[in-house]
Design a protein around this ligand. Structure first.
Ligand code: ATP
Ligand code: MG
Length: 574
């Protein structure tokens, strides 16, 4: 490709709307442009990377024996009603009507459509197992699209779905997909970790996420230094402290804490540490007939954080978790939000395992502007239940009993799920087993966020001059920068010759034949992250050399013209 025939859309300045490196660099390198919140056009440089990544994904999917299909983005609402997700999926599902008033949705994921295909096309167990995949745009009306294509509304996903007659067969495909995902992300140059994961709105009972390690990640993963245990913090179990609760030493008493609302303010007013305070949060329990909710109190040690996923899974609590409004709280307890506590609370009280081990603690008095001191479980609060409802913290023991937990940020680039029969049962995707009995097919589903994974690669591979692409997915492998070629026949001729040669060898090369200042040309090639940069100028040509630079390290080297091609090919691994 010649730059004169290409669209270089690099930006000199950092765009103000970009708060993370990958978003900033994708805009600056001319890979993407936003046309609406969370909706992007992929420009030629972006598209070249995208094509290379989809090629890797396709190769690895094909290698597992999965078959490629293309399902529509527009999906009839009936299918979503059949699975029960039409109402459950919430406002992220973009719904619309056609001119005949038929209801549709834009596909955020394709379990319904693929289950419909399976129930029509799979006739005998001999056709199983079957795994179908596609690489296709999804639309999710995300509440907070941000970080460019990392959390977009329209984004490219590779989604695969497998169908089985036995659990063992599902286990095998799950393992094959898990391995294929590891190969895909390794080939893309990502540093990643597979972690145990929650199944969220997709459903199922067993799942792993593939997390690319990066500070810009929205997820937190917990991993053990003493075993292979790794889990999304949503799932990581906080063990009960291995200690006996101390006996009460004092009688309970009340202290005025005017204006103290947060745990920190209350602890300060009471002269104690946050670890000595129990904080109380109120969430929705079962819905009453009049549409109101029963309220449930969740109690945690003051310095711990509630884990909403774990709490949402407790029977009798709304899942996804819903916090009570200030109005509901005042009506039920008679006290303002900052003064709540378990003593005398009229509803169900759920206590975290660590908070359960506390004694002589402080908490809100259920009386605005007051707290209680020297509160003790059982003596002052009866009938409470104990659950694991907090996030693990750095230094917690690993739930598998081996080692200590550490936390890191991650970007979820893929997830694999054992779905079971959730969709096949709801939608009647059945098959006759060997006993002649009609049974629902067992399913798995597997997603890769293709566009998000590209952003994740950039988060891990960049420097102050721009993107540093891994060779496997770089938009071009080699850049040829010809300096003042309009003024030098020799420069022009040498550059043209090298360009033609590399082209004929099938190497992706960008030949910068613009009549720009050398500084501008270099800056663009480096910003775009092209791994190998060749500079051809009069000065070095006089000595019979051309210059080579490795983008990743910045190392330069003079290559004698007669052996330059050979050396370059070696560097390219040819
Ligand atoms: P998240 O928790 O980040 O919202 P998810 O768990 O809902 O994602 P899945 O249903 O597992 O997403 O979708 C499969 C993959 O699609 C994810 O692992 C992720 O890489 C990608 N993905 C999901 N939502 C988005 C988005 N809004 N923008 C870009 N990629 C996304
Ligand atoms: Mg997911």
């Amino acid at each position: 490709m010649r730059t004169s025939n290409y669209l270089i859309s690099t930006l000199k300045e950092n765009p103000v709307e970009a708060s993370v490196d990958s978003h900033r660099l994708m805009l600056r390198a001319g890979m993407i442009r936003q046309i609406a919140s969370g909706v992007y056009t992929w420009l030629p440089t972006g598209m070249r990377v995208l094509s290379k990544v989809t090629k890797i994904v396709r190769e690895e999917m094909d290698r597992t024996g999965a078959l490629e299909i293309a399902m529509p983005m527009v999906q009839p609402a009936e299918l979503w009603k059949e699975s029960g997700r039409y109402t459950k999926y919430g406002p992220e599902l973009c719904r619309f009507k056609d001119r005949k008033q038929n209801e549709f949705a834009l596909g955020p994921t394709h379990e319904e459509v693929v289950t419909d295909i399976a129930r029509r096309e799979i006739k005998t167990v001999r056709q199983l197992p079957l795994c179908l995949y596609q690489i296709q745009n999804k639309f999710r009306d995300e509440i907070r699209p941000r970080f460019g294509v990392m959390r977009g509304r329209e984004f490219l996903m590779k989604d695969a779905y497998s169908f089985h007659i036995t659990k063992e067969s599902l286990n095998k495909t799950y393992k094959d997909m898990y391995d294929a995902y590891s190969r895909v992300f390794t080939r893309m140059g990502l540093e990643f970790r597979p972690v145990e994961a929650d199944t969220g709105s997709i459903g199922g009972n067993h799942s792993h996420e593939f997390q690319a390690l990066a500070d810009a990640g929205e997820d937190i993963i917990a991993w053990s230094d003493g075993s292979s245990y790794a889990a999304n913090i949503e799932m990581a179990e906080a063990l009960a402290p291995n200690v006996e609760r101390k006996a009460p030493t004092k009688e309970l008493y009340e202290v005025a804490t005017p204006g103290a609302c947060s745990v920190e303010e209350a602890a300060k007013a009471l002269g104690v540490e946050a670890e000595g305070v129990v904080k109380s949060l109120i969430v929705h329990g079962p819905k009453n007939e009049d549409g109101s909710y029963e309220l449930v109190m969740l109690c945690l040690r003051g310095d711990h954080e509630l884990n909403e996923v774990k709490a949402g899974k407790i029977d009798g609590i709304q899942d996804p978790l819903e916090f009570a409004t200030d109005e509901e709280i005042v009506k039920f307890t008679g006290a303002a939000v900052g003064s709540l506590g378990p003593v005398g609370f009229k509803g169900r009280v759920i206590v975290d395992r660590t908070a359960d081990k506390m004694s002589d603690f402080a908490c809100g008095a259920n009386k605005t502007g007051f707290h209680l001191m020297s509160v003790n479980w059982d003596r002052d609060v009866k009938g409470y239940e104990v659950f694991d409802i907090r996030n693990v913290v750095e230094g917690d023991p690993s739930p598998d009993g081996q080692g200590t937990l550490h936390l890191r940020r991650g970007i979820e680039v893929g997830q694999v799920f054992m779905l079971g029969t959730k969709y096949s049962e709801a939608m009647g995707a059945t098959i006759t087993d060997e006993n002649g009995k009609s049974v629902p097919m067992i399913m798995g589903c597997y997603g890769i966020g293709v566009t998000r994974a590209i952003a994740a690669v950039i988060e891990q591979h960049h420097d102050d001059r721009g993107i540093v692409w891994p060779e496997s997915i770089a938009p071009f492998s080699v850049a040829i920068v010809a300096i003042k070629s309009s003024k030098s026949e020799q420069v022009k001729e040498t550059a043209e010759k090298l360009y033609e040669k590399l082209q004929s060898l099938g190497i992706d090369v960008l030949y910068d034949d613009r009549d720009e200042r050398p500084g501008v040309m270099f800056a663009d090639m480096e910003l775009m992250g092209i791994p190998h940069i060749i500079t051809i100028g009069d000065k070095s040509l006089k000595d019979g050399n051309i210059e080579y630079k490795l983008r990743r390290t910045g190392e330069r080297e003079m290559l004698p013209l007669d052996t330059a091609l050979e050396t370059l090919l070696k560097k390219l691994g040819r």
